[in-house]
Design a protein around this ligand. Structure first.
Ligand SMILES: Cc1cc2nc3c(=O)[nH]c(=O)nc-3n(C[C@H](O)[C@H](O)[C@H](O)COP(=O)(O)OP(=O)(O)OC[C@H]3O[C@@H](n4cnc5c(N)ncnc54)[C@H](O)[C@@H]3O)c2cc1C
Length: 334
């Protein structure tokens, strides 16, 4: 029997070295319960590996979610109910939904990863979050093997957060998501990069495909391609601070970008990092992207531990200088 460990380098978009003693690819939901009985819960679950930093280098058991399937469950004049199995690549699912005349996900085009991970950090981009469309999430409780349906209001969705990111939520293996999409196209163009579409086109003529193509073009022009330069997208969440802290910060840094939030204000993490002189900062092969202060990159041979060390140095520099604590967006696996 071949007991050589399985390399995880190509299964995480940071491209860091790590290994699994055993690697199981999930193709069919009915194969999961026997796997769970035989081996117990995995110590790492992966979809596209685009929102993880593998600091730990050796894992006992890794499961790769490749459950495939897309279905239109129901349709009326207002709503199209869609079911997407967890292993479906996200961007292909967005394109497929548009082809079914199911609208709403176009602003979330080209986000890497799989559908099962989309609710975990409540993926968001260009003024839209997946939580707006979740009807329910089908998930297996890895403690019992039982399958449950969690309604959207049980998922505790917030900015880059859901119950699945909480310590008690780690027991869920997401099998599928069900979305309520719109049967009619209503553009969301609040984000500055998309507003020009409104000016260029009479709103009535604008199509969801045009928005999708504009989002793809914007993302390609701005974000590093992980197949060329290892990264996990934004490494830090935009921090949320109380109004009193915002006032203090604005008196010291009048140019600090901020947006209203129910708890006070959301700040630009990128601005804070740049302000601390860390844009382009490099420690070996671990670096802050030269054009994007929010994106940490692996120039080739950085380990997960080196990237995490860099992230912690950024956190402490920003905290010492501004008093603001930055929280990582990817899951850090120690
Ligand atoms: C270039 C780039 C741009 C990005 N842009 C955005 C963006 O605009 N907005 C945004 O929100 N995110 C963005 N991301 C982050 C990332 O793409 C998303 O968070 C995505 O949803 C992660 O999907 P994944 O399948 O790769 O998850 P993985 O990285 O495989 O997993 C992430 C976490 O979810 C868990 N997990 C995965 N699948 C399951 C499952 N089926 N059941 C239970 N747990 C599971 C994993 O254990 C891990 O803890 C970007 C990433 C990159 C590299």
């Amino acid at each position: 029997m071949n007991t050589a460990p399985h390399a995880l380098k190509t299964l995480n978009t940071f491209g860091v070295e790590a290994w699994a003693q055993s690697l199981h690819t999930l193709h069919k939901p009915e194969a999961i319960a026997p796997l769970l009985d035989q081996h117990g819960a995995p110590d790492l679950l992966l979809g596209g590996g685009s929102n993880v930093l593998l600091v730990q280098q050796s894992f006992q058991q890794v499961w790769l979610n490749r459950l495939m399937g897309r279905t239109v469950l129901a349709r009326d004049t207002r709503t199209v109910r869609i079911r997407l199995q967890a292993g479906e690549p996200w961007d292909a699912a967005v394109a497929w939904c548009l082809a079914q005349g199911a609208f709403g996900l176009e602003n979330l085009s080209l986000i890497p990863g799989c559908c099962g991970a989309a609710p975990i950090q409540n993926i968001g981009a260009y003024g839209v979050e997946i939580a707006q469309f979740i009807h329910r999430v089908e998930a297996m409780d890895l403690n019992s093997g039982a399958v449950h349906h969690l309604a959207a209001n049980e998922c505790d969705f917030a900015y880059r957060h859901s119950i699945f990111r909480s310590p008690e939520g780690k027991r869920w293996l997401i099998l599928a998501i069900e979305l309520n999409l719109s049967a009619t196209f209503q553009p969301t163009l609040d984000y500055p990069g998309l507003r020009q579409l409104d000016d260029q086109n009479a709103a009535a003529e604008l199509t969801a495909q045009q928005i999708r193509q504009a989002v793809i073009a914007l993302r390609r022009s701005k974000l590093p391609d992980p197949s060329l330069l290892g990264n996990a997208g934004s490494f830090f969440k935009n921090p949320i601070v109380a109004s009193t802290q915002l006032e203090q910060l604005l008196s010291a840094y009048p140019q600090l970008p901020h947006w209203p939030h129910e708890q006070g204000a959301k700040l630009s993490a990128a601005w804070l990092i740049q302000h601390c002189g860390l844009k382009g900062y490099r420690q070996g092969d671990a670096a802050v992207h030269a054009n994007h202060a929010l994106i940490l990159v692996n120039h080739g041979m950085a380990s997960g531990a080196e990237l995490w060390q860099l992230a912690q140095n950024i956190q402490s520099t920003v905290h010492q200088k501004t008093g603001v604590r930055l929280e990582p967006e990817p899951q850090i696996l120690h």
